[in-house]
Design a protein around this ligand. Sequence first.
Ligand code: CA
Length: 527
Amino acid sequence: MDILRAFNLRRTPQSQPADARQQPNSAGGYTFVLDDAARLRRFLTLGTDGATYYTSAHELTRQNAECVVRMAETDHATLVRTLVDVSLRGAAPKVNPTLFALAIAASIGTDEEKREALAVLPQVVRTGTHLFLFAGYVEQFRGWGRGLRRAVASWYADRDVDALAYQAVKYRQREGWSHRDLLRLAHPVTTEDARRALFDWIVRGSVGDGTPRLIEGFLKASEPDADVAALVGEYGLSWEMLPDAALAEPGVWEALLAKGMPQTALMRQLPRLTNLGLLPPLGGWTSRVAEQLRDPERLRKARVHPVNVLIAQRTYASGRGARGSGTWTPTPAVVDALDAAFFAAFGAVEPSGKRTFLGLDVSGSMTVPISNLPISAREASAALALVQLATEPEAAAFGFTGGWPATAINPLSISPRQRLDDVLSYVSGLAFGRTDCALPMLYARDKGLEVDTFVVYTDNETWFGDVHPHQALREYREASGIDAKLVVVGMTATNFSIADPDDAGMLDVAGFDQAVPNLIAEFSRGL
Ligand code: CA
């Protein structure tokens, strides 16, 4: 045995660093480390309240919050630009991380930088709920100085009065905050009668000639014996503005549907609409609702995130609420419409035309829920892979896991022609073991597969293999003569990546960003 044969710069076990820039991940393997700007994107889109297999939600949140604080101190402009971009594209299924990052940007930095952060508040803080969340977060980092009070005052002073009245009655309080609290803090000044009357109603409950009409409708609907269905049509009330008793009446929901329900509310109320008999297998509101659900324009305008559609699809198809909150008999046309809505929510995806190997890490650690949503990292990976399978003429999906019970990499029998909930239950039923993210490249080389782009969906906690993934990619390139690329789709908000940041043929993207299919296709094409 020649001991000198044990030292090799081209094949390094994942339990040892292959490169001085690598650091140990939480599973005990060595991986590259993302810079703060890339980690910020993971944080904003994936969140931290779901924890990871290895790290508690608390610890993961601390690490990500520290990253945001560092960016506020060193690269404030990128922080603000990134959070505005994620917010305006609706790139994240939850708004909380973006509002949290805005709170930090509004609290840390030079006075000029803090002003710039507060200047984007109207773009990012769009609803009353957003405002309450932001108000809670910002108190974790600063007091109610003049700049902050002025920014909140303009939130109330600058938008259209009727739109403001809508926010005031739709989202009345949350997170321990109400509009009355914020108006008292911010003291917006106005010369418009209607706006002053609205403020008076919010702060004192007083109604006068100038009070916006919507408030009048809201108050009438809460009176005993009110004809709520008629008031919905007359005043354009949303379901959140109605008393609980009215929400048990099919006629009230018919009025809401006739007025047109916002896309997210419609998605969430499908079980109730079904139980009230409004979505029968034939007739009723079924075909109109199905059409609205999959309408790409409505999805885009409401910034509906595909992952939220995915969860709605699976929940609705299961006929059972997440926390034992009731049962219903799903209407097949509605299930199918949600299926179509999932793909439509990504917008137009341009295929790259490249031979694309979709490698799904199905190891044990990928079974954790992402962002505390009722969906695991590997289920979400499968759904994202479906979008590429539906788009790319030459793409195939494989699931891989290492070590136990045996190293396994197999074609996955998933197709965009299957129903989403069927695909998710198939994927969650797969056996899982240890993690070796080099397997896709090793397998393709072994089988002589021609691959232009490897896409690996993983939490990057690779540790088991005897060669690092980036080394396996270089070996694949040499053996095949194809200058293959690697895209790593990170499914947790850690800073680990198997992609070598100095190799222009490797790219790291944040898992839940709804632009992921387009980003991958662009990178594949070589733009
Ligand atoms: Ca794993």
